[in-house]
Design a binder for this molecule. Structure first.
Ligand SMILES: [Zn+2]
Ligand SMILES: [Zn+2]
Length: 323
């Protein structure tokens, strides 16, 4: 892989010519001396406030308690970082109302509805209907999930398979993509999906927070999936994930934070937030030897394609709220 791709020098700092696109960027967001580092500001400040990127964080959990008192500030920061849309994931139906309230508040938030594999024990007779009803009654629902298999922490594989399959069926019926969580389960996951494809036909979707080897990555590309990289791709020892990030076709790659988990370098160890998707994109661009602008265009276009939204935001008002 080309870790010192054409847009980067050995220290990972963008070369002067890579700032050429700033000529079309609104000057009020640039410092008076131009887009170059000013000594009084941190590197993050410079990156965020000078960025003309349009990024989509395709997987967030900003309904978590940790964000409650500061969502406005977090929104400011994701805007500064160029994040123009977010896809809010969902781990169980109890979260629906809270996630909807966030989407009411921030026009750039779309969301998924589903049950996480680690919550498979909460599946009951009502769950499928709850997911189906919400997904078909609120136009901001752009996916089913997150669902999938987690054999790292989860037990009861049989139940996980059952709950996952039920959600694949809902996604297929409603023609929505699935957001798949797959941990220590790539082989059984691929096998199950191949069987599902053969007997019932394909479902569109994304392998989120992807941590697989290049070989495993290829299995899911062959099944038609998008592959989404998170902060783990920035971790020094994550060589296989980095290799996978190099091999995914440019029309199938996505970026995400999965916040509040797995903050990317240089924020590693801190609470993650949507603005940090910038660092994920920056690393993926570097690995692939393309400019950050190119990578942001590719991933943003892919997210629009998969989730079926555009970058034009509809105003949020009471009439627009669904129940
Ligand atoms: Zn997940
Ligand atoms: Zn998640």
């Amino acid at each position: 892989m080309d870790v010192e791709g054409r847009s980067w020098n050995a220290a990972g700092i963008r070369k002067r010519e890579d700032f050429s696109f700033f000529s079309s960027y609104p000057t009020h967001r640039l410092s008076s001396s131009g887009p170059y580092p000013s000594p009084t500001r941190t590197l993050s400040d410079q990156i965020y406030s000078a960025s003309p990127m349009q990024l989509i964080d395709t997987h967030v959990h900003i309904n978590f308690e940790t964000y409650k008192s500061e969502l406005e500030a977090i929104r400011e920061r994701w805007r500064e970082a160029g994040v123009v849309r977010l896809v809010h994931s969902c781990v169980e139906p109890e979260e629906f109302a809270g996630i909807q309230a966030i989407a009411d508040r921030f026009a750039e938030v779309s969301f998924a509805v589903g049950l996480h594999p680690l919550d498979a024990g909460k599946w009951n007779n009502e769950t499928a209907n709850q997911i189906r009803d919400k997904a078909s009654s609120d136009s901001r629902v752009v996916a089913i999930g997150e669902t999938g298999l987690d054999f790292h922490k989860g037990d009861d594989p049989e139940l996980q398979f059952k709950v996952f399959e039920a959600q694949l069926e809902i996604a297929q019926q409603l023609d929505k993509p699935v957001i798949i969580h797959c941990r220590d389960a790539a082989a059984p996951m691929a096998e199950m999906l191949r069987n599902f494809w053969q007997t019932r036909g394909p479902v569109r979707g994304v392998m989120h927070c992807w941590g697989g080897t290049p070989e495993e990555t290829q299995w899911f590309l062959d099944l038609g999936f998008y592959i989404s990289f998170s902060g783990t791709v920035t971790f020094k020892k994550a060589l296989q994930i980095q290799e996978s990030a190099c091999m995914v076709n440019s029309d199938r790659i996505l970026v995400e934070t999965d916040c509040p988990f797995l903050a990317p370098v240089p924020q590693r160890g801190k609470r993650n937030e949507p603005a940090y998707v910038y660092h994920v994109a920056e690393q993926v661009a570097k690995l692939r030897g393309v400019s950050l602008l190119t990578l942001s265009q590719q991933t943003t276009e892919n997210a629009c394609q998969l989730f079926g939204f555009s970058l034009e935001l509809e105003p949020r008002n009471d009439e627009n709220k669904s129940n």
